[in-house]
Design a binder for this molecule. Sequence first.
Ligand SMILES: Cc1cc2nc3c(=O)[nH]c(=O)nc-3n(C[C@H](O)[C@H](O)[C@H](O)COP(=O)(O)OP(=O)(O)OC[C@H]3O[C@@H](n4cnc5c(N)ncnc54)[C@H](O)[C@@H]3O)c2cc1C
Length: 370
Amino acid sequence: MDEHGGGGCGGGLRRVVVVGGGIAGSLLAKSLQFFANVTLIDPKEYLEIPYGSLRSTVEPSFAERSLIKHSEYFSNGRLITSPAVDITESQVLVADGRHVDFDFLVVATGHDHPLPTTRDHRLQHYREENERIREANSILIVGGGPSGVELAGEIVTDFRDKAITLVHDGPRLLEFMGPKASDKALKWLVSRRVAVKLDQKIDLNNVSEGTKTFGSSKGETIRADCHFVCTGQPVGSAWLHKTMLKINLDRHGRLMVDGTLRVKGRNNVFAIGDITDIRESKQGESAKRQAKVAAKNMKMIMVGKESKMESYRPPSSTTAIVSLGRKQAVAQFSLTTIAGTLPGFIKSRDLFVGKARKHLGLHPTFVDSF
Ligand SMILES: Cc1cc2nc3c(=O)[nH]c(=O)nc-3n(C[C@H](O)[C@H](O)[C@H](O)COP(=O)(O)OP(=O)(O)OC[C@H]3O[C@@H](n4cnc5c(N)ncnc54)[C@H](O)[C@@H]3O)c2cc1C
């Protein structure tokens, strides 16, 4: 079935299909909506700004701003709320049975994190998570990467009476940052009586919602009224393994791209965001810059100026900031690593949610009721 009615090019406009409406795909779809005939495919009716997710667990109303219906920023295109399941040379196949023709394809499926498909259900999910925290005396957090550390920081700031245990299977917290940042985060948490256990694994195989005792690889038993698993998410490319793009995946499941962000060896397929094999720290800021470069490059091809395409350059040094509650954070800059209220001032109050909303042309704080 041709979704554009007989294979036409939508009044001369080229057909761009964006698969994945996360940080990268949403900005790209917004940028091209008045230049091309854009279809955005995402299993969810909304974009979730992931940076706000841990604050939303302790303060569910925070999610009102970080969950944005695609229709809010994408008004001049077609939205399909169903996952893409296959790709051919000219079509994307969607789980709901539709076949969508494209002239250009953009893959932006980031990390695999199955979430409720409606915004209302996601908001309800946050309220339920919050209730679990409120009712618990003791809480176990599994995973000491950015999500586990930020969640522990949020809970210990808003709920000082909870006994929190954070178990991490590596030798230090925040292993994506340097040892100084790990040290500062550890000291911050320990000073607030979070029990941090390193080099231990929790056996999650027999764990369910009601489980209250957890065995660790060191033979310890940890008791907790509720638990949160923050062990990171796989790259969102499982669905690509049966498509024509399977030969373009590297051994980590990432799409190999050239400098212009085209998938290597393909003229009309781009990839942006966390799904790419670009060697850099996977961050939303990079995902947004890639969306801008890919949008510009597609426009150049569309107007016959392929030679004017831009190359994406990863940042020479990346700042990484992990929030520690509402006012503090640990930050790694190119020359120094600091913790406290200064980096907290940069990130922790708003978690960059207002900034991400502004990039999509939305008011940073005001949310339309719909
Ligand atoms: C807790 C947390 C805090 C973070 N904090 C920061 C921060 O402070 N600063 C920063 O710069 N970065 C931060 N990041 C990293 C940042 O969120 C990611 O780098 C960014 O989201 C990557 O964007 P993306 O568009 O590539 O992927 P994602 O945002 O993961 O979006 C992927 C999209 O693809 C969709 N999708 C998946 N499979 C399919 C399919 N088969 N068909 C169609 N659609 C599909 C998903 O529904 C989703 O909408 C944080 C991440 C997390 C988890």
